[in-house]
Ligand binder design. Structure first.
Ligand code: SAH
Length: 434
């Protein structure tokens, strides 16, 4: 048995993303070591003291420390046709320099006006626009190295101010980016991984190093601590035990779905009010509903009814499902989209619509999960769930009490499990465009 190469990587780093995409495209299996940039593992520092990701260690000991070296090592010949070299040079130079000054102006002494840097990038994008009018991808009608090398950076730029980016006259660039971001190649590379822990050295002994230019801003330590306490005190003692769910709940930043004033109470053991008279569910309920889906494999298609602020959606995305989520209040859906984009947890689809009708063009789903309470299971959900699939929803019975139910579809019949009393907002008809 041969040992696979080892990749030190960081999920959101655009250099690491391009390397992972190239490795995935080439079908190369590797050991994924997710690095936290504030606490880099000594194994990585020993082979690559500059401390940036990605780093690929080959089985023969050779170390590739640059994302382009990794791409070149694994790319097939047809990926290397065309003028990718010039494109990468501009991307990794002028594009990246201006992107950083636009996105993180406070990290630089020489930034007077971030928008001037945005406009420098726009000038490059205008050139891309022309090019992508001539062929579907940068070097012809097939995806190749240049596209994969550039897309993670264009994505980061686009996400810095999405409404602005969407408003630019860049239809070809926008279409190109959208296509890549929706591809299995990209989404398969963005699955969340737990921090890799060196088996030999406890993390306290690692040397902290200064963040590098591709470090992402990190959250306040008290939020990380509050989230861990939530998992340890509210979830595990009540029986949440699926490691995937525990990981998703430990890594999804619930506080970011609330206004900063609510952050001190974000991880408490109760639901909280959000805009439009709606609520963000109690952490335990989110974990429980997620665990009820746990028999499903990664990649299963899940339809969520009631996006709300998007917190449950983010947890479902972290679990690796292909998530489609519907919300009837347009403003809530937009807010959720913004948050989910910021934390890189956009689901496959966010829709504004009446979830009572499900998502007629999207089925069949492995599961439908509703965070709004119905009086009976809407027939559309039964139609749209696959044979053997699950419907998880609160149901209001006579007398007004709500029960969380899990149904399993067997033909036109639903096998029922009653999971106890809960409280959710009602499932309402129609759409609210406000
Ligand atoms: N999932 C959220 C909780 C949302 S509360 C969380 O993670 O905290 C339930 C949401 O369902 C509300 O935002 C409400 O507007 C929405 N809702 C109610 N009826 C709906 C319907 N018919 N279709 C879609 N969404 C609906």
């Amino acid at each position: 048995m041969t040992t696979p190469p080892i990749l030190y990587t960081f999920r959101r780093c655009p250099y690491a993303i391009r390397a992972r995409m190239a490795l995935k495209h080439a079908g190369i299996e590797y050991e994924h070591r997710e690095v936290v940039l504030r606490d880099r593992p000594p194994e990585m520092m020993a082979i690559s003291p500059k401390g940036t990701v990605p780093v690929l260690q080959l089985p023969d000991g050779e170390v590739l420390e640059e994302s382009m070296d990794i791409m070149l090592w694994c790319s097939p010949g047809e990926w290397l046709e065309g003028d990718w070299q010039e494109l990468v040079e501009v991307n990794d130079g002028k594009f990246k320099d201006n992107l950083d000054r636009y996105k993180y102006p406070n990290r630089f002494d020489d930034v007077e006006n971030p928008e001037a840097h945005r406009d420098e990038v726009l000038e490059i994008l205008n050139r891309y626009e022309q090019r992508l009018g001539e062929s579907r991808y940068f070097c012809g009608d097939e995806l190749s190295l240049a596209d994969v090398a550039l897309a993670p950076f264009v994505r980061q730029f686009a996400n810095t101010d999405r409404p602005w980016f969407d408003g630019q006259a860049l239809p070809n660039v926008q279409h190109w980016l959208e296509g890549i971001l929706a591809s299995e190649l990209f989404t398969g590379c963005m699955v969340k991984h737990e921090k890799w822990q060196s088996p030999t050295t406890p993390s306290e002994t690692t040397t902290p190093t200064e963040p590098t230019t591709h470090a992402e801003p990190t959250e306040a330590p008290e939020m990380t601590k509050a989230r861990q306490e939530m998992v340890d005190q509210q979830l595990i003692p009540r029986g949440i035990s699926d490691p995937r769910v525990i990981h998703a709940m430990s890594t999804t930043p619930r506080h970011l779905f609330l206004t900063p004033e609510a952050w001190p109470v974000a991880y408490r053991d109760h639901p909280l009010a959000i805009e439009s008279g709606q609520t963000i569910s109690q952490p335990f309920i989110v974990a429980m509903m997620s665990e009820l889906l746990a028999p499903l494999p990664v990649g299963a298609r899940v339809l969520e009814i009631g996006t709300g602020c998007g917190y449950q959606t983010a947890v479902l995305v972290a679990l690796g499902y292909e998530v489609h989520s519907i919300e009837r209040i347009a403003s809530l859906s937009q807010g959720a989209q913004q948050k989910l984009r910021e934390i890189d947890s956009l689901p496959a689809e966010l829709l504004v619509g009446d979830g009572m009708l499900g998502n007629p063009s999207g089925g069949p789903y492995s599961a439908i999960i509703s965070t709004a309470c119905a009086r009976r299971v809407p027939p559309a959900w039964i139609d749209q769930v696959a044979e053997g699939g699950l419907i998880i929803t609160p149901i209001k019975r006579l007398g007004g009490k709500q029960y969380l139910m899990r149904y399993t579809k067997r033909g036109r019949k639903l096998l029922k499990e009653d999971l106890g009393l809960v409280r959710f907002v009602p499932l309402l008809r129609g759409v609210d465009e406000s």
